[in-house]
Design a protein around this ligand. Structure first.
Ligand code: CAO
Length: 420
């Protein structure tokens, strides 16, 4: 009987770590292949981790609340059947004991002597930044001391294998502490842990804000007629099981603009110096949940009519609010819409959802006096639109054109476009 280590599998792009929220087995349990072992709160969702094979649980190496990363061993299993290919991961970023021992030794030798940043690819730098790791402490094993992904892995593993060493490593605890502010001195305070979702939101926002040159452009769309059509056909949509709100109409207008201006439906491959133009139209929609902001993706929005968009969005948003959204629902977005209009407010400056290059922020449609012919004013329903984009990929003139296209699509929507 062979003892195998069950490790955290690769769960998807950007989902490289998380916190354990549930463990469903105990030592001595016999388990079947694909049985859920534990749940990981990961990349804005709770992901079940199934067993890649049947066996008897010999040792559980983690507890609820522990933070784990891809490749980390969570459980030892005495194999009861024939060897099976391990979907959940022995092959993931594994590390030998020798490497683990070598890493603590090597780490202290790699403070940057001249203060210059060590050589590493943008991917490695991004990973290090996301994880709060100071690259000057990582030993580079590639030519000229360049740091590769494997070196970063070894360093992370070292921090896990040698907690006493990591505790004394200033690089692993560079985050500023609130302790020094002595908030308690000024009145009663309460402290609560920052959830792994909040941490992830923080990492993503900081990364995007600090690495992408944002421009935000503002415009307004007259949606008086559009809202009249919505009101007229809302009951018919409802009868067929969909709620026609503002967001599906926005998705439709955005897809039309993305088709006309493909650079907004792209990503920048910083390593290869290429712009990756996507031929699919997967629209991320920011959803406000009790736990924080989550952005599920409505896939292939260009292939869906307004009714399907309305129905699918409603279901996706509900699943997201209940934290039942799957990792696949969170992946593959090509452009994001953040509609705060159901809550209120006007223009704002949304942060780009990397690796996308643009995001549309929508405020609440409000009645305003608009000048019409003859020097008169009419009350019109105006929708505040804010478009943020990556100036490395898109210039201001195209930003204005793209946003204008959205405005015009919303304003020129005909009754027959909404009718069901
Ligand atoms: N202007 C005016 N009214 C609006 C509107 C807007 N921009 N957007 C929505 N509404 C209306 C809807 O039509 C609906 O009206 P009825 O009750 O009369 O049908 C009502 O406000 C409630 O809308 P909703 O929020 O349920 O509508 P939606 O389907 O358009 O939006 C979703 C779905 C998921 C985008 C939204 O619920 C949500 O979570 N928004 C928050 C997004 C967010 O947090 N962004 C911040 C990101 S940065 O931190």
């Amino acid at each position: 009987m062979r003892l195998i280590e069950i490790r955290i599998p690769h769960l998807g792009e950007g989902a490289d770590s998380g916190a354990i929220v549930n463990i469903f087995v105990k030592e001595g349990d016999s388990i079947t292949k694909d049985q859920t072992l534990l749940e990981l709160e990961n990349e804005k969702a709770v992901a079940p981790i199934p067993s890649p094979q049947a066996g008897v649980v010999k040792k559980i190496h983690v507890k609820v609340g522990d933070k784990v990363t891809v490749g980390q061993a969570v459980l030892s299993l005495a194999e009861s059947g024939a060897p099976v290919s391990t979907g959940a991961a022995p092959a993931a970023p594994s590390i030998t004991a020798r490497e683990a021992v070598a890493a603590p030794k090597a780490e202290t030798h790699h403070e940057s002597k001249i203060g210059a940043p060590p050589a590493a690819s943008p991917t490695v730098r991004r990973m290090a930044r996301d994880l709060g790791i100071d690259l000057t402490r990582v030993r580079g094993s590639e030519s000229g001391g360049r740091i590769g992904v494997q070196d970063l892995r070894a360093y992370i593993q070292h921090l896990q294998f040698a907690p006493q060493a990591s505790a004394s490593a200033p690089a692993a605890s560079v985050k500023p502490s609130a302790e020094k502010h002595h908030f308690e001195k000024w009145g009663a305070v309460e402290r609560k842990p920052v959830s792994s979702l909040r941490q992830k939101i923080g990492q993503k926002m900081t990364e995007s804000w600090t690495t992408t040159p944002h421009i935000t452009q503002f415009d307004e769309a007259d949606i008086t007629a559009l809202m009249a059509y919505r009101k007229k056909f809302a009951a018919a949509y409802e009868k067929k099981g969909a709620k026609l709100t503002v967001t599906p109409l926005l998705i439709r207008a955005v897809v039309s603009a993305l088709k006309k201006y493909p650079s907004f439906n792209s990503s920048l491959d910083e390593e290869k110096h290429e712009i990756v133009l996507k031929h699919y139209f997967n629209i991320g929609v920011a959803v406000d949940t009790d736990a924080g902001l989550i952005v599920p993706v409505l896939h292939d929005a260009d292939k869906k009519d307004l009714f399907s968009l309305a129905k699918e969005l409603d279901q996706l948003a509900e699943k997201t609010r209940q934290r039942k959204v799957s990792l696949d629902d969170l992946k593959g977005g090509s452009f994001t819409i953040s509609n705060l209009g159901g809550i209120g407010g006007g223009h704002f400056t949304p942060i780009i959802n990397k690796p996308e290059v643009a995001i549309l922020g929508v405020g609440k449609g409000a009645l305003k006096p608009v000048a019409v012919s003859g020097g008169n004013f009419e009350p019109r329903l105006l929708l505040p639109l804010s478009l943020s984009y990556d100036h490395r990929v898109v210039d201001g003139a195209d930003g204005a054109r793209f946003l204008r296209h959205i405005v015009e699509t919303l304003e020129n929507t005909q009754e027959s476009d909404v009718k069901i």
